[in-house]
Design a protein around this ligand. Structure first.
Ligand SMILES: O=C([O-])[C@@H](O)[C@@H](O)[C@H](O)[C@@H](O)C(=O)[O-]
Ligand SMILES: [Mg+2]
Length: 419
């Protein structure tokens, strides 16, 4: 069954002013929706970043993929590698994660789309193609952010301002109340570390027994990271990317009382071995968008199992195609032992490209879709609407730092360590 057509549609959806170590989210998040059409008309969906340079790479790959058998993922990968430019940028992560493999980032949405087609052809869910679901619902974590009340010059967004512990606790209460999450992550690296420690303690007081995580995206130096890790002993289930680089993480890991997790210093296969050799991280946050799709993420899970690393899952701002793919992958990964990250609560319900209904949160978990393939359908009107928004919004690269400088502090310097 060969690939006949590939369509790549950049889209934009509204995003609140969420603060992080490198700046603040712009009013719109960018994504690309990939539709692969097989020769019998069966279509498969993938989702990826929407940055212009990434889009250009996806378009080059799309040309090269016509005629490939949808079952032949190695051939997909070979053709993607063959046409790849070796320029930098277009990572879609605001400069926070830059070491991932360009070939794997480009391959990912095409591989997911081909798995969607494969599942539709044989009438089985993608989780079956990945070895079978070992859980029928996938737990996700609440994802708290420091944030402004609204974008400068715009209306408040409904979530309100969150710049201190009380407001973060209120944000958590609402998010847990609406989605039922049973784990909580705070995006840190925004306030001085002692304020973030106070926020985590406030969350621990309000949600006793609920697993907590803090992720400053490597904004701290080694000394600060060791100190904060010590202060939060017994409070965090893991500390995510407290400092930058494998060497720094290894130094922190030697003294930290909790496991260290990463989606920054180990984001590609060639980075695993050096990290394992110095025991720099104990939890890998997988992300099929940069590890090369669902099949290669299963390979990553095997590597983690072999080397005694735990596995959790990272998220950026995303739509329903990605949530479906993440859910199938997590359902078919036995050694994924933590609730996965998701930015889902920050997206307006109506801002999506999949037909509503299949994807829903129940008690903090998403039931694994059981229909053929990913189990979600493309809403073509919604796709057209979000594409129009992409055209109109004018954004072409995620640029949290540039936005923060424009609206808040022209001298803002995100280069770590900030503390
Ligand atoms: O969207 C954000 O601000 C996040 O900080 C995201 O870009 C990170 O990639 C991510 O959530 C993380 O865990 O590092
Ligand atoms: Mg992270």
């Amino acid at each position: 069954m060969r690939i006949d057509e590939v369509h790549i549609t950049p889209v934009a959806f509204r995003d609140p002013p969420l603060l992080n170590a490198v700046g603040v989210h712009e009013p719109f998040a960018l994504r690309s929706v990939v539709e692969v059409v097989a020769e019998d008309g069966t279509y498969g969906l993938g989702e990826s970043y929407g940055d212009a340079r990434h889009l250009a790479r996806l378009r080059v790959a799309a040309e090269a993929l016509r005629g490939v058998d949808v079952w032949h993922v190695h051939e997909l990968a070979r053709r993607v590698r063959g046409g790849l430019d070796d320029g930098v940028g277009g990572h879609g992560m605001g400069g926070m994660v830059t070491g991932s493999s360009g070939a794997d980032r480009v391959l990912s949405p095409f591989e997911v789309a081909c798995l969607d087609i494969q599942g539709k052809l044989v009438g089985r869910p993608v989780s079956d193609l990945l070895g079978g679901a070992v859980r029928d619902r996938v737990e996700y974590s609440a994802y708290l952010f420091y944030k402004w009340a609204g974008h400068p010059g715009g209306e408040p967004d409904g979530w309100g301002e969150a710049l201190g512990p009380d407001e973060l606790v209120a944000q958590a209460r609402r998010m847990v109340g609406e989605f039922g999450f049973r784990a909580i992550k705070l995006k840190g690296g925004v306030m001085p570390p002692e304020e973030e420690v106070a926020a985590v303690r406030a969350l621990a007081g309000e949600f006793p027994g609920v697993p907590l995580r803090l992720d400053p995206n490597a904004a701290w130096g080694v000394g600060t990271a060791v100190r904060v890790a010590g202060e939060l002993a017994g409070v965090l289930e893991y500390l995510e990317d407290p400092t930058s680089g494998v060497a720094g993480m290894a130094r922190v890991a030697r003294e930290a009382p909790m496991p260290l997790a990463t989606n920054m210093c180990v984001v590609a296969f060639d980075q695993l071995r050096p990290a394992v050799e110095v025991d720099a991280v104990q939890v890998i946050l997988s992300d099929h968008h940069f590890w090369g799709g669902l099949g290669r993420s299963r390979v990553l899970a095997g590597v983690c199992e072999a080397f005694g690393l735990s596995l959790s899952m990272h998220s950026n701002s995303h739509l329903g195609v990605s949530l479906a793919a993440m859910t199938h992958l997590a359902s078919a990964t036995p050694n994924l032992s933590y609730a996965c990250d998701t930015h889902w609560p920050w997206k307006a319900v109506e801002d999506d490209v999949v037909v509503p209904g299949v994807l829903r949160f129940e008690g903090g978990a998403v039931p694994v879709p059981t229909g053929p393939g990913l189990g979600v359908e493309l809403d073509r009107d919604a796709l057209a609407r979000l594409h129009e928004r992409y055209v109109a919004c004018g954004l072409r690269e995620r640029d949290d730092t540039g936005y923060y400088r424009r609206v808040c502090d022209a001298g803002f310097d995100p280069v770590p360590p900030r503390w």
